[in-house]
Design a protein around this ligand. Structure first.
Ligand SMILES: Cc1cc2nc3c(=O)[nH]c(=O)nc-3n(C[C@H](O)[C@H](O)[C@H](O)COP(=O)(O)OP(=O)(O)OC[C@H]3O[C@@H](n4cnc5c(N)ncnc54)[C@H](O)[C@@H]3O)c2cc1C
Length: 387
């Protein structure tokens, strides 16, 4: 196949790369996307499909997630695919007084933004989720949240980008860069050499590695997250239910489970996250992960002790040291743009991808993105404000 000449080469076929390719193509740019494996084979195809609002690190990030949430709710029809969009709401289980107090503040903040959220005592929690064991819990937060099918989300944007003329090449790992005076002259792959005016790294957990190959630096981190899906069963869980403290535990060195479970329209339960720190990216499930997830599920939902697991998987969940994304030009380069580190990926990616396309095409800064600048780790810039 002859690869058409392009204005922009996007590396990475997950949510970030695909949505950016779509928005660039929508604006009339000629885009080629290079993906090492198949679309979604990194973190995006491993994700639980939550369109979260409760876990935003800063108020600014929450505003962004809320805009993306509203955009997805309003524009999903345009993708010509059923995203299986649902509004189950999220229940965050609280077991310590510190968590209760912290989430009380968060609920106040969500309510100020018009997001539906309420604190639940154990009695009310039990009514919301009758199969849940509330032993050891102080209560919970119930907050607005949506869910979608992450594969349909990926495929929808890939097809929409193709319809607009984008070229998407899978099984095309990038192996290096030809760089001169801070300009990427060529992108090297086993297949061929690619040339474009602008190069985008949208490689999730791998972005730091590729930035280093180009001679740059980005402190991309990841946690190894495992998940599983069960056989379909009659409806037993009504919200997405998760433990508080996921982002606290990703700091830890010990393998930990922060349970998140949701029941999908087809009756299956998707159960995540068994987390551990690994020194290198590895997408294999471990002997520890699946039994640990099953134990956590049984502790909170004893009636599920006989449900059968159909499939388990693992993927890196990428993040930067301040848990905010990296969006913008990489310092030291003329034409290397970064869109990565989106741990609240689904609600924020529609807006971040659209703004990135604007920044790339108009070659100008967008003030709303300044705290996400990839240069903030080297220049001692803004690291965000706690909620
Ligand atoms: C178990 C789990 C559950 C999660 N649940 C949720 C959730 O419910 N909601 C949510 O919003 N987020 C969730 N996340 C986080 C979310 O999945 C990620 O933040 C998101 O998918 C990142 O998307 P991305 O496009 O930036 O990266 P990826 O999806 O990882 O895409 C990067 C792509 O780059 C490709 N690549 C790497 N190196 C090269 C190379 N050399 N050449 C070419 N291509 C290359 C990879 O193959 C990969 O496909 C979850 C994560 C995990 C692991």
């Amino acid at each position: 196949m002859r690869v058409p000449s392009s204005d922009v080469i996007v590396i990475g076929g997950g949510f970030s790369g695909l949505l950016l390719t779509y928005y660039l193509s929508l604006a009339g740019s000629r885009v080629v996307l290079l993906e090492a494996g198949s679309l979604g084979c990194g973190s995006s195809g491993a994700c639980a499909g939550r369109v979260q609002l409760i876990e935003s690190e800063t108020e600014e990030y929450l505003d962004l997630a809320l805009s993306g949430f509203n955009r997805l709710a309003a524009t999903r029809e345009e993708l010509e695919i059923d995203l299986e969009w649902e509004l189950p709401g999220h229940i965050t289980l609280l077991s310590t007084i510190e968590q209760w107090n912290a989430y009380q503040e968060r609920v106040n903040c969500l309510q100020r933004k018009g997001i539906v959220a309420e604190m639940l005592d154990c009695g009310t929690l039990q009514k919301y989720e009758p199969a849940l064991s509330v032993r050891g819990l102080l209560g919970a937060v119930c907050s607005q949240e949506a869910h979608l099918n992450p594969f349909n989300f990926l495929i929808g944007y890939a097809n929409a980008a193709r319809r607009l003329g984008a070229t998407i090449l899978t099984q095309t790992p990038v192996t290096g860069f030809q760089v001169e005076n801070g300009t990427i002259l060529a992108i090297l792959s086993k297949r061929e050499k690619f040339v474009a005016d602008t190069v985008v790294l949208a490689c999730g957990a791998w972005t730091g590695i590729l930035a280093e190959w180009a001679g740059g630096e980005l402190p991309m981190r990841f946690t190894h997250a495992e998940a599983l899906v069960t056989e379909p069963i009659p409806r037993i869980i009504h919200h997405h239910v998760g433990m508080a403290g996921f982002y606290e535990t990703v700091h830890g060195n010990k393998p930990t489970v922060t349970l998140g479970v949701g029941q999908h329209p087809n009756g299956t339960l998707v159960v995540s996250n068994a987390i551990q720190q690994l020194s290198e990216i590895d997408q294999a499930s471990t002997a520890w992960g699946m039994p640990a997830l099953s134990r956590a599920l049984k502790k909170y939902f004893p009636a599920l002790s006989q449900v059968r697991v159909m499939r388990a998987w693992a993927a890196p969940s990428p993040f930067l040291p301040d848990y905010l994304p990296a969006v913008g030009w990489l310092p030291g380069f003329e034409n290397l743009f970064i869109l990565a580190g989106l741990h609240l990926a689904i609600p924020t990616v529609p807006i971040l991808a659209e703004w990135s396309a604007k920044m790339i095409l108009e070659r100008q800064e967008i003030p709303a993105l300044s705290s996400f600048s990839p240069g903030r780790f080297t220049s001692g810039g803004n690291h965000g404000k706690d909620l």
